[in-house]
Ligand binder design. Structure first.
Ligand SMILES: *Cc1c(COP(=O)(O)O)cnc(C)c1O
Length: 236
């Protein structure tokens, strides 16, 4: 199947999942997870109508920006970002989805201040509380959001989660529900630079469940591009 056919098929599944829970499919964005994909594949996905692209590695982002690969769609950063690389990301992407530590939050704020901009971000939540994954502990989120005004060059747009890899439908429902509850809790404690409209969760294997639990952005790689060839991934 071509990238265009894959995107069309995902759109149908998104619509069905939204209809099943009475949601408007127009409120759910499709982010193409473009790690290891060529500029040409990225262009095909954008032509097929994905809402945005999400890149994991700074070097790939930089290379594809240089190739104008994302023309026609916003690009987000969705991978682990080292503080010494924030300069290459802040101001170049419309959303940093993967802010996973206070240290990174401070570094992004400082770089955005230096550039004289406000950087939109999501807080990444380690919802499965897995030792192998980065992200804030769920209990850190509310205090952080309450103190968001300390970061004057950051706007927190919502939350992002990468739950444990699921092999069967329903496996991550519990984590998706917890994420949704977290956004509800935040809405009751809103600060000026916090608008938690975005709940980024759901990947190729579990996005219908994520949509059922209130996801507003799914990040899909394999189902759009096919299995990844990591040999093609640019080195760090
Ligand atoms: C790769 C990746 C995805 C997409 O994963 P698939 O299972 O290929 O759909 C989503 N989110 C992040 C952060 C990723 O790194």
């Amino acid at each position: 199947m071509s990238i265009a056919e894959n995107v069309a098929s995902i759109r149908r599944e998104m619509a069905a999942a939204a209809a099943a829970c009475g949601r408007d499919p127009g409120q759910i964005l499709l982010c193409a997870a473009t790690k290891t994909q060529s500029a040409d594949a990225v262009r095909q996905a954008i032509a097929a109508g994905v809402d945005c692209c999400g890149e994991n590695r700074v070097q790939e982002l930089t290379a594809k920006l240089r190739e104008n690969a994302y023309e026609g769609a916003p690009v987000h950063f969705i991978g682990h970002l080292q503080t010494n690389k924030v300069r290459q990301v802040v101001g170049r992407v419309s959303l940093i989805q993967s802010v996973d530590s206070l240290r990174l939050l401070r570094a992004i704020d400082a770089e955005a201040a230096r550039q004289g901009i406000v950087q939109d971000i999501l807080l990444e939540v380690n919802i499965g509380q897995e030792a192998s994954k980065s992200g804030f502990d769920p209990c850190q989120i509310l205090p952080l959001v309450e103190n968001a005004s300390l970061f004057s060059n950051i706007c927190i747009k919502g939350l992002m989660a990468i739950p444990p890899i699921s092999h069967n439908p329903g496996e991550n429902l519990n984590f998706f529900q917890k994420m949704f509850q977290l956004t509800v809790d935040i809405r009751n404690k809103i600060a000026d630079n916090v608008i938690v409209d975005c709940l980024s969760m759901g990947m190729s294997g579990d996005f219908p469940d994520a949509i059922a639990c209130g996801s507003t952005m799914i990040r899909v790689g394999t189902a759009i591009f096919g299995a990844r060839d990591y040999a093609k991934e640019s080195s760090k």
